[in-house]
Design a protein around this ligand. Structure first.
Ligand code: ATP
Length: 367
C-alpha cells in the first residue's frame, strides 16, 4: 500500500476542482547582460501537468518565478485563470495569486512543527479550521502522525511530502514546482514521484514542474516544454517530442545518438554504413543521421545489415552497453542490447538497424 492516499487514478474535471489555466505571453527577462527569457509564450490548460525541461541556465526557474510573481519581468503578461496577474500596470503579489509553490530544497521552516509548516499558508483562517485542513493535507500524504515533529526529524522523502502537503493545503488553483524530486536518492525519487503525481492527478491540480531530467519529464508530463537559452524550442507530449524531435538539440536531449554524416535523397539517407529510410523526411542534400542505441540489434550471420567487431561491453544490469566498430565509421556504434547476448570484445557481430530509430537532420543544424 502506498504511503500517499492514492487509491484510484481517474481525474476529476478541472473545473470541478478549482484548477486554473496559466497563460504566459511574450515574457522577457534580463539580468544584466544575460537574457534569461526572450519573449516566451506558453499556455497551460487547467488540470494539465506541464514540465519545463532544459539544461542548467536555460530559463526554467525564471519562467516559474515569473508565473509565481516572485520575479517581475521586463515585458509580457501572465494570466491565471483568465485574470491578469502580471502586465502593464498590474502586478499581483505571489500570496494573492492562488498558487502553490514547491522548491527543490522544500524550504520547510525548521523552527515550526510539521503541522505548523502546513498551517503556514492558512493563517487567515480560524485556528480550528486551519488545524483541520492541515491535518487532512498531512493525511493525504500519509504523514498525519508526524504533525508534532520538526522537519529535521523526518527523512528527505518525508520532508518532500510535507512540502507537498503545505503547497496543497490552501487549495491552490495551480501548483508550481521547481525540481521537486531532485534532492531524493534515485530509488526513493521514482516511487515518490509516482505517488505525488498520482495524488495531483486525482485532484486535477494544474501543475508546472521544472526539471532537467528528460526521463522525469516523460514520466510525469502531459506536455513537455523544451527550453534552450531563454526560448522554447519545442512543446509536445512525451511521445511527440521523443519520437519527432524538431531539432538535433531536442533529439540529443532525449537520446545519446550515434551521429553519422549522410546524404539525403527523397525518402532515403545514404551513409557510410548503408542507406536508411529515416523516421521523418529531411530535405535533399548533406544531412546528419542519428541512430538511437536501442535501434541497433544483433542478428545471426547471413541476416545482418552490416558487420562489426565488438570493442567493449559493459554490464548495466537491465542491458549491456556495447560499442561495435564498423568499417567506414571513425567512432564505434554504441548500442543498448539485452544482457548476455553480445559477443565478447574482439569478436565479430552481425548488426541490424531498425529504421524507426533512425533520425535525420539538415547538416546545417549542427546543434
Ligand atoms: P537551473 O536548472 O540551473 O536552475 P534554469 O534553467 O532554471 O537553471 P534560470 O535559473 O532561470 O535557469 O537562469 C537563467 C539565466 O539567468 C542563467 O544564466 C542565470 O545565471 C541567470 N539568472 C537567473 N536569476 C538571476 C539573478 N537573480 N541574477 C542574475 N542572473 C540570474
Amino acid at each position: 500500500m502506498s504511503k500517499l492516499q492514492t487509491a484510484g487514478t481517474s481525474r476529476p474535471a478541472a473545473a470541478a476542482t478549482g484548477a486554473v489555466s496559466l497563460q504566459i505571453e511574450n515574457i522577457s527577462q534580463r539580468f544584466g547582460a544575460t537574457v534569461a527569457l526572450d519573449s516566451v509564450s506558453l499556455t497551460v490548460e487547467a488540470g494539465e501537468t506541464v514540465c519545463l525541461l532544459g539544461h542548467s541556465g536555460c530559463g526554467k526557474t525564471t519562467m516559474l518565478r515569473v508565473a509565481a510573481g516572485i520575479e517581475k519581468p521586463d515585458a509580457g503578461t501572465v494570466h491565471l485563470g483568465g485574470r491578469m496577474v502580471t502586465g502593464p500596470g498590474v502586478f499581483v503579489p505571489p500570496e494573492a495569486r492562488g498558487i502553490g509553490l514547491m522548491f527543490q530544497d522544500y524550504a520547510l521552516f525548521p523552527h515550526l512543527t510539521i503541522s505548523g509548516n502546513v498551517k503556514f499558508g492558512l493563517s487567515k483562517l480560524p485556528a480550528s479550521q486551519a488545524q483541520a485542513i492541515a491535518r487532512e493535507a498531512l493525511e493525504r500524504v500519509g504523514l498525519a502522525r508526524y504533525g508534532d515533529d520538526y522537519p529535521h526529524m523526518l527523512s528527505g522523502g518525508e520532508q518532500q511530502r510535507v512540502a507537498l502537503a503545505r503547497a496543497l493545503a490552501p487549495g491552490p488553483g495551480i501548483l508550481l514546482m521547481d525540481e521537486p524530486f531532485s534532492n531524493l536518492d534515485q530509488r526513493t525519487r521514482e516511487s515518490i514521484r509516482e505517488e505525488t503525481m498520482m495524488l495531483l492527478r486525482q485532484s486535477s491540480t494544474t501543475c508546472v514542474v521544472v526539471t532537467h531530467d528528460p526521463i522525469e519529464a516523460m514520466s510525469i508530463a502531459d506536455r513537455i516544454v523544451l527550453m534552450r537559452e531563454g526560448v522554447i524550442v519545442q512543446t509536445g507530449t512525451p511521445e511527440e517530442i521523443y519520437c519527432k524531435p524538431a531539432t538535433l538539440f531536442a533529439a540529443r536531449y532525449f537520446c545519446d545518438l550515434n551521429e553519422i554524416d549522410g546524404e539525403a535523397s527523397g525518402n532515403m539517407v545514404r551513409t557510410p554504413i548503408g542507406s536508411f529510410s529515416p523516421a521523418h523526411k529531411v530535405a535533399d542534400g548533406p544531412c546528419l543521421v542519428g541512430i538511437r542505441p536501442q535501434a541497433i540489434s544483433l542478428v545471426i550471420a547471413g541476416t545482418e545489415d552490416l558487420e562489426g567487431t565488438v570493442v567493449s561491453r559493459r554490464f548495466l544490469g537491465e542491458s549491456d552497453a556495447v560499442n561495435i566498430a564498423v568499417a567506414g565509421l571513425d567512432n564505434p556504434l554504441h548500442a543498448h542490447l539485452p544482457t548476455g547476448y553480445a559477443p565478447a570484445p574482439g569478436e565479430r557481430a552481425g548488426i541490424r538497424i531498425d529504421p524507426a530509430g533512425v533520425l535525420a537532420f539538415p547538416q546545417k543544424m549542427t546543434t
